[in-house]
Write a protein that binds this ligand. Structure first.
Ligand SMILES: Cc1ncc(COP(=O)(O)O)c(C=O)c1O
Length: 398
């Protein structure tokens, strides 16, 4: 076949494995054998290709990293190097520790995932690295900082972001970053490479919590970091990755490979269902606002249309009755699951004010857009009307 494969086929295509195995084998091995001392020496010194130890690399994890690389670089003539990690937080931390130096700052925006925010604001300061958090809608402010503060070591974006689904203009930020020679990393967890390709828009690094849509079935915790500076990824990054021990294990990697096969198909249905659910919620009198990128009144609807292929499976809405309405609503659900996390085949619903953010004072929570009545929904692949019916009965008690 001379034609390049469509991204849908890249998701599904299996590789070539030993003994004509149709499906990727799991290699549950900690170490690898050498033919003789000379070969061991050659492999360890990089003269010869070969596996040494599974904290460094493992064939099952490598096959998954290769598949995600093919998806993130789809249609681009851009070599990437990727490393599969033990979690999304493993991906964030190994990337930042390999890139940043003492005294530097990470320029970032509001509404990051809670773990990333804690990492930037509580952990990195111990290493004398600070986060500078601003509103990235204000591109003049971004440029002013890049022009005047030469301690910026990285710009970090998460788009779309929790809980309001706000987006950042990846292309505009990357253009500014290039002008001032600063690297940009993008957390592409919510969009996946099916809906958004940050490398095409100028990003230098992309990472994911593989736990979410890429696995898709809620069976693993995992992450991945991809970079287009191959020299950096194969030296400084690789060294940090090996020393931190943030490698994925082969069984988790294998589960991710199975999930990836249906990624494109799943994203299509996630988007279709989320649009229907968002439109239904918009008509309900118990709800103040619905945050979904596919609704034309979302402040970043046009930006999302420009940089994403579709609007994704995540939405949130604000119940007029505050905390008690949020609790009542969630406790009434029968089909949808009450849980944190996102991107699984079933619909997951959370009420941050009484669940993930229960110990954070209301005023503090509001700063991050987490109002008392906010409900977050990861819309699943059930029949859309069944999700809507579940929401309808839960809303009827308010
Ligand atoms: C956008 C985003 N990035 C990173 C992470 C961290 O991923 P993990 O839980 O796999 O460590 C999460 C987890 O929810 C997330 O939602």
């Amino acid at each position: 076949m001379n034609q390049p494969l469509h991204i849908d086929s890249i998701c599904i295509k299996t590789g070539e494995y030993p003994n004509h195995s149709h499906v990727l084998p799991i290699y549950p091995t900690s170490t690898y054998t050498f033919d003789d001392a000379e070969q061991g020496g050659n492999i360890l010194s990089g003269i010869e290709q070969g596996y040494v130890y599974s904290r460094f690399e493992n064939p099952t994890s490598d096959a998954v990293a290769e598949k995600i690389t093919a998806l993130e670089s789809y249609g681009l003539n851009m070599p990437l190097q990727a490393y599969l990690t033990s979690s999304g937080m493993g991906a964030v931390s190994v990337l930042m520790l390999s890139l940043l130096k003492q005294g530097q700052k990470v320029l970032t925006h509001y509404s990051l995932y809670g773990g990333t925010e804690e990492w930037l604001n509580r952990f990195l300061p111990k290493l004398n690295v600070e986060a500078l958090v601003i509103d990235f809608d204000d591109l003049n402010r971004v440029e002013e900082i890049l022009k005047n503060d030469n301690s910026i070591g990285l710009i970090h974006l998460e788009t779309p972001a929790n809980p309001t689904l706000k987006c950042v203009d990846i292309k505009a930020i990357c253009t500014l970053a290039k002008k001032y020679n600063i690297k940009v990393s993008v957390d592409n967890t919510f969009a996946t490479p099916i809906l958004q390709q940050p490398f095409a828009l100028g990003a230098d690094f992309v990472f994911h919590s593989v736990t979410k849509y890429l696995n898709g079935h809620g069976t693993t915790i995992g992450g991945i970091v991809l970079g287009n500076d191959i020299e950096f990824m194969n030296t400084v990054f690789k060294k940090t990755f090996r020393l931190m021990g943030v490698n994925s294990n082969p069984f988790d990697a294998w589960l991710v490979m199975n999930g990836l096969k249906t990624l494109s198909l799943r994203m299509e249905r996630h988007c279709m269902n989320a649009q229907k659910v968002a439109e239904y919620l918009s008509s309900k009198h118990q709800i103040q606002t619905v945050n979904y990128l596919g609704l034309i009144n979302h402040p970043h609807h046009l930006l999302a249309k420009q940089q994403m292929k579709d609007f994704g499976g995540m939405l949130s809405f604000d119940l007029k009755g505050g905390i008690s309405a949020g609790r009542k609503f969630i406790n009434q659900l029968q089909l949808c699951v009450k849980a944190v996390s996102l991107g699984t085949v079933d619909t997951l619903v959370s009420h941050p004010a009484s669940m993930t953010h229960v110990n954070i004072p209301s005023a503090e929570r509001q700063k991050y857009g987490i109002t008392d009545g906010l409900i977050r929904v990861s819309v699943g692949l059930e029949y859309a009307d069944d999700i809507i019916n579940d929401f309808e009965s839960a809303l009827s008690v308010l």
